[in-house]
Design a protein around this ligand. Structure first.
Ligand SMILES: Nc1ncnc2c1ncn2[C@@H]1O[C@H](COP(=O)(O)OP(=O)(O)OP(=O)(O)O)[C@@H](O)[C@H]1O
Ligand SMILES: [Mg+2]
Length: 235
């Protein structure tokens, strides 16, 4: 898979000043595919997502989105091509209502088959709370708002950065159950996660990063857990 994939990160390095946070990375994502990126703190997972969105430091290499090289484009232009991020820490406006927060995704995005009717169906808990202030919701519900906001932009490629952070296991289960339903719509999904088991359980394919390099990649069923754990920690 290279330029014909939905996303092809092709020999990418990212520099913050003189520090190289990613070193010659290759990552591909197809439409309707769930790809997990795992790795310890500081491995470069968020940097990879930010580089795709044009928000990282200096990028070398090429990032192909549906055959177009998007390196050097503005974030607005990349979003317009159908890339959306669910950022680490959600970044909601707590004093705005659920519905107002969701409109922000609708406003920046593309028109498509995913609208408010589909959103309320996918997140019935939000439908009941659309006029509440986002800051009054539980952590899990806030994460649903962040996810819903991204979906309303009708992305072709959805980037999720540690959506489980700080949530109770039962709430994480609920969120993760939504991911395959998004995949069914043909969206390519990148899931960044520190939790190895959870990542591998949901992924079609995965990449393991260590200190800015891909140290292991494959399909979860084809690689032993022992191997994954060893590479994850660089043992
Ligand atoms: N804006 C920045 N300026 C300088 N260095 C940065 C910047 N952002 C990240 N880094 C460094 O780049 C490396 C990768 O960071 P990154 O945030 O991508 O890791 P991560 O895998 O997402 O980690 P975490 O699991 O903690 O979120 C780290 O060494 C980090 O300190
Ligand atoms: Mg991160």
């Amino acid at each position: 898979m290279a330029q014909e994939a939905l996303l092809a990160v092709d020999g990418v390095s990212v520099f913050y000043d003189r520090f190289r946070a990613l070193a010659d990375i290759d990552v591909a994502v197809g439409g309707g595919e769930i790809v997990s990126i795992i790795g310890a703190n500081g491995a470069g997972k968020s940097t990879l997502l930010k580089a795709i969105l044009g928000q990282a430091g200096r990028v070398e290499g090429r990032i192909w989105l549906a055959g177009e090289d998007i390196v050097g484009r503005t974030t607005a232009a990349i979003v317009a091509l159908g890339v959306m991020l669910v950022p680490e820490g959600r970044r909601l406006f707590p004093s705005l209502t659920v519905e107002e927060n969701l409109w922000l995704g609708w406003d920046v995005g593309r028109r498509g088959e995913f609208g408010f009717a589909e959103l309320w169906q996918l997140f019935p808990q939000l439908a009941e709370r659309k006029r509440q202030k986002a800051g009054s919701l539980s952590g899990g519900q806030q994460q649903m708002v962040a996810l819903g906001r991204a979906l309303l932009a009708n992305p072709r490629l959805l980037l999720c950065d540690e959506i489980s952070l700080g949530l109770a296991p039962i709430v994480i289960d609920e969120l993760y159950a939504l991911i395959p339903r998004i995949k069914e719509r043909g969206v390519g999904i990148v899931v960044v996660e520190q939790d190895i088991s959870r990542s591998l359980a949901i992924a079609d394919r995965f990449y393991c990063l260590l200190e800015g390099r891909v140290v292991l990649a494959g399909r979860p069923g084809e690689v032993g857990r022992e191997t994954v754990v060893q590479r994850y920690f660089g043992l």
